[in-house]
Ligand binder design. Structure first.
Ligand code: AP5
Ligand code: ZN
Length: 217
């Protein structure tokens, strides 16, 4: 399956993507995780990305589209993928369509995670991620690690993302509404959007998502 996950910052895209990718046996491709890996490796791409991410702004399409395309062309993505955080504006959605067309493939669904702004603020304020791999995600109250400050998956140190400060989150939410939400209409026109509530226990949301995707098949 080829799925795009969309939803505001803190909606639980990363949390659900890891679980859905495992259940559906497809790779989880997160442009945010790819940028964070570049930042921790100190690459030129990482330095550039950080200057935008720290302000909560989108990294320019000129670098984002190429990076996402390279990842989607890896052998493990031939049978399908779950895109998390890409596309994030209409230009990226058009670039993705072009790429899919060239390869003669199509998307199966765009899964839209719905959550209130109040909930987003609570989730982001308590989020802690792993230094080794930013897809290892916890929450101080909602999904605490077994040992405080230590990643359950790999034992790495947990920390708060630089772009999770209150001011930056406000900018990210604004950008979500102005730049990212329009892709929902773009994909509605293609009949691909499935909206589910992202409220409730993590496992229940995964079930909800799997059932909604089954109906789309
Ligand atoms: P990115 O990393 O994609 O961040 P985001 O879209 O803002 O989403 P988040 O990672 O904040 O939230 P999430 O929905 O994954 O929630 P999570 O599962 O962690 O992007 C970061 C930056 O990179 C962007 O601002 C931009 O600068 C750049 N970028 C990335 N892609 C780009 C692109 N395509 N183009 C340009 N720039 C790009 O959950 C949040 C918290 O809630 C966690 O603590 C979790 O434990 C908890 N939680 C999850 N589910 C539940 C639940 N059901 N109940 C209670 N708590 C829950
Ligand atoms: Zn870890």
């Amino acid at each position: 399956m080829r799925i795009v996950l969309v939803g505001p910052p803190g909606a639980g895209k990363g949390t659900q993507a890891v679980r859905l990718a495992e259940k559906l046996s497809i790779p989880h491709i997160s442009t945010g995780d790819l940028f964070r890996a570049n930042i921790s490796q100190g690459t030129e791409l990482g330095k550039l990305a950080q200057s935008y991410m720290d302000k909560g702004e989108l990294v320019p399409d000129s670098v984002t589209i190429g990076m996402a395309k390279d990842r989607m062309e890896q052998p493990d993505a031939v049978k399908g993928f779950l895109l998390d955080g890409f596309p994030r504006n209409v230009e990226q959605a058009e670039a993705l369509d072009e790429l899919l067309q060239t390869e003669g493939i199509t998307l199966d669904a765009v899964l839209d995670l719905e959550v209130s702004e109040d909930e987003v603020v609570k989730r982001i304020a308590g989020r802690r991620i792993c230094r080794n791999d930013s897809s290892h995600v916890f929450h101080v109250t909602y999904s605490p690690p077994k040992k405080e400050g230590v990643c359950d998956v790999c034992g790495g140190e947990l920390y708060q993302r630089d772009d999770d400060s209150e001011d930056t989150v406000r900018t990210r939410l604004e950008i979500y509404h102005t730049k990212t939400e329009p892709i929902i209409d773009y994909y509605k026109a293609q009949g691909l959007v499935v909206t589910i509530s992202s409220l409730g226990p993590v496992g229940e949301i995964t079930q909800r998502a799997l059932e909604a995707l089954k109906r789309e098949k």
